[in-house]
Ligand binder design. Structure first.
Ligand code: ITT
Length: 199
């Protein structure tokens, strides 16, 4: 069976990604299966650079075709922050909660609450064949946390079409409409066309 390594150390992301990729006749591994391999440095200034770095690093260390996801929450009133710095917004070892609290604080009294999640997925089939796919979803930053599902910034991201935050909807629904779902759907289409060529 064909194997692809999902180059993430984040179990929440891995859970979503493995559900998004269900149905392909491919065995998906994650970096959680390789505890000896440290996560790649995310030194890039863009999501595409970081997703490429993560996938290429995993490929070089394992020889397995690898796919990585780099995601950011882009807030208009904060000139695009936290963006590529979403994981470390409140500091190097910040928790999801620290990051949400910092964002809500910065947004106190701000009326323009428009934001979007952006995901860039990069697939490294080998060092010469590298492909990227992007997905995004528009929404608003709430004034307080709502909901307990999801992870990261989900409880403060309002999806206006449903009037609910991403933490108030089950993963099956988030996985139909999210930034990550859109990017991985593109990757899925790519696999359908090229799957037979993956070693
Ligand atoms: P890997 O690099 O190991 O994949 P990471 O957590 O560092 O894990 P990212 O840099 O892509 O991954 O993610 C940045 C942060 O954005 C992440 O830590 C979460 O706080 C947040 N995030 C990512 N996807 C999200 C989602 O679907 N919903 C809410 N927050 C999300």
């Amino acid at each position: 069976m064909t194997r692809i390594l999902i180059a993430t150390k984040n179990p929440d992301k891995f859970r979503e990604i493995s559900e998004l990729l269900e149905g392909y006749s491919i065995e998906f591994l994650s970096l959680l299966d390789f505890p000896e391999i440290p996560g790649a440095d995310e030194k890039g200034l863009t999501l595409i650079e970081n997703s490429r770095e993560k996938a290429l690093d995993a490929f070089k260390k394992t020889g397995i075709p690898s796919v990585a996801d780099d995601t950011g929450l882009v807030v208009d009133a904060l000139h695009g922050m936290p963006g590529v710095f979403s994981a470390r917004f409140a500091g190097e070892n910040a928790t999801y909660r620290d990051n949400r609290e910092k964002l809500l604080k910065l947004m106190e009294g701000v009326t323009d609450r428009r934001a979007r999640f952006v995901t860039v997925v990069t697939f490294v089939k080998n060092e010469d064949e590298i492909y990227s796919f992007e997905g995004e979803v528009e929404g608003f930053i709430t004034t307080e946390e709502r909901g307990s599902q999801g992870f990261g910034y989900d409880s403060i991201f309002l999806y206006p079409q449903l009037g609910l935050t991403f933490a108030e909807i089950p993963i099956e629904i988030k996985n139909k409409i999210s930034h990550r779902a859109r990017a991985f759907r593109e990757f899925g289409r790519f696999l359908e066309l090229h799957e037979s060529g993956i070693s």
